[in-house]
Structures are given as C-alpha cells and as structure tokens.
Design a protein around this ligand. Sequence first.
Ligand SMILES: [Zn+2]
Length: 143
Amino acid sequence: MLSTEISTTDSGGAGIIDKLRWKLSNFMQQRNGNDELCRVTFIVSIIVYVLSVILNSSLLYLLALCGIIYSLFRMFSKNVPARQKENQQFLQFFSLQKKRFAMRKEYRIFTCKGCGKHIRVPRKKGKVEVTCPICGRKAIHRT
Ligand SMILES: [Zn+2]
C-alpha cells in the first residue's frame, strides 16, 4: 500500500527523504516558525542552562526549561498573527534600546541638584552653563 503510494506521487522515486521534507514544510506552513524572539529566547535559555549547571541551581534550570518550552511553543504555534505581534514588539523594544545607547554617545545626562530632573546636554561643547527647565537652577558642567 505504502510502496504504491510512493511510486505514484514521486516521479523519479528519489526517495523518502524528499517526502519527509515536504511533509515537514507542510507541517510548518501554518505555524509561526523560527523568528527573532524564538532565537533569542532559545539562546538565552541555553546560557541560563549552562549557568544552572555551573552554579548547581535548580531555579535557573527551571527557568532555562521554561524558556526552551516557550520558544518551542512560539515556533509551533498556529496563532501566527499573535506571535508576529509579539515578535514586532520585541524588535521595537530592541531598536529603542539601541537608540538610547547611541544617544549616550552624543549627549551627557546631568541630574539637576535642585529638583532631580535629568537634563540632556550635547557632548564635547567644553564647559557649559546648564539651566534646568523645571526649577531654573544653573550649574556649570563639563561636557
Ligand atoms: Zn531642576
């Protein structure tokens, strides 16, 4: 029964591997598959797992296990729009952190001694007098 099935569907009879590959891609078609969030969760979980072995921590081991289960769940999830939204939010969060990091190179952040407000001043302008926009307190800062 099986052999006749193969011979009718496979033109060259090249093999069971192709058939399995096709079945796998068919299986994954309606699923979310591998995305950035999956990959990061998986890699972090592996790192946490290694740490759990080094530190002999069952809590870290449990965390790693949860992370791996979560990334597998995302990969095989059929609710693709929800998973894509999560991935999008994750990517947005990362680009925001990247922007903040880049800003740190261009600006210095001072804390006003009067009210505690953070004031952003461009770097490499020498000594400047910074006036707080909230309380008006002035201070000399080296940028
Ligand atoms: Zn102030």
